[in-house]
Design a protein around this ligand. Structure first.
Ligand code: ATP
Ligand code: MG
Length: 228
């Protein structure tokens, strides 16, 4: 079991009021799963994703990642686990505007203290993988939305993380570009990667093999596509 949560709960305190963003989520995820989390705005999708990606800590409940009780880790251990095990893709791409495409993708390898030669090799291989070799010297503002998201996906994959977490990865893309990006996620999934993506869009969600639906912080539906 890669991920196991038990009654995972996240409260936000706003003055006197408590917002129960995620409530009693008990979830089991195996390595290699391809999951879409859907649900209306404010239902807790991003909060759950942040908890799973160790970007945030729960108010109550347990989270085991590869059997490790994440809730007992200190900040340094958490950030180590986050950098090693999770690749993040966001709606707004979050690329560094002053760096070339190549440098944006290479950055996590610099943080991981990989040697320059290996960095170069891995980065070019990854750019080739997402079809962006011809854009390697461009800056992000010289790219289309779909190209920017492919850079972000390449950056998320470069450290070979155990899980790719994507929050509305097609939220800023037109429908044709969304399809291209989802085809890329499909290929990444076929390569054996574990993918958890959050989306409003049923057309995007149907790419995944398992659909989790949230409402008011709770999971109200969890369905796996039948294997034919
Ligand atoms: N930092 C915060 N402080 C206080 N409340 C928050 C915070 N972040 C989220 N919330 C609240 O928690 C609830 C869940 O928010 P979350 O962002 O997880 O929803 P979501 O399903 O991702 O919505 P969307 O589809 O609009 O992105 C909402 O009621 C939101 O207002
Ligand atoms: Mg959200």
């Amino acid at each position: 079991m890669l991920i196991q949560t038990k009654n995972l709960t996240k409260h936000y305190y706003l003055g006197e009021t408590v917002v129960e963003a995620v409530r009693n989520v008990s979830l089991e995820i195996e390595k290699g799963e391809y999951i879409a989390i859907t649900g209306p705005s404010g239902s807790g999708k991003s909060t759950l994703m942040h908890l799973l990606g160790c970007l945030d800590t729960p108010t109550q409940g347990k989270y085991f990642f590869n059997g490790i009780d994440v809730t007992t880790l200190n900040d340094i251990e958490l950030s180590k686990l986050r950098n090693k095990s999770f690749g993040f893709v966001f709606q707004t791409f979050n690329l560094l505007p002053r760096l070339s495409v190549e440098k944006n993708v290479e950055l996590p390898l610099i943080y991981a203290k990989v040697s320059e030669k290996i960095r170069k090799e891995k980065t070019l291989k990854m750019l080739n993988r997402v079809g962006l070799m011809h854009r390697k010297d461009h800056r992000p503002n010289e790219l289309s939305g779909g190209e920017m998201q492919r850079v972000a996906i390449a950056r998320a994959l470069i450290n070979n993380p155990e899980v790719i977490l994507a929050d509305e990865p097609t939220g800023n893309l037109d429908s044709k570009t969304s399809k291209e990006i989802m085809n890329l996620f499909d290929e990444i999934s076929k390569d054996g990667n574990t993918i958890i993506l959050v989306t409003h869009d049923p057309n995007v969600a149907q790419h995944a093999k398992r659909q989790i639906r949230m409402l008011d912080g709770e999971i109200i539906l969890d369905t796996k596509m039948e294997l034919l």
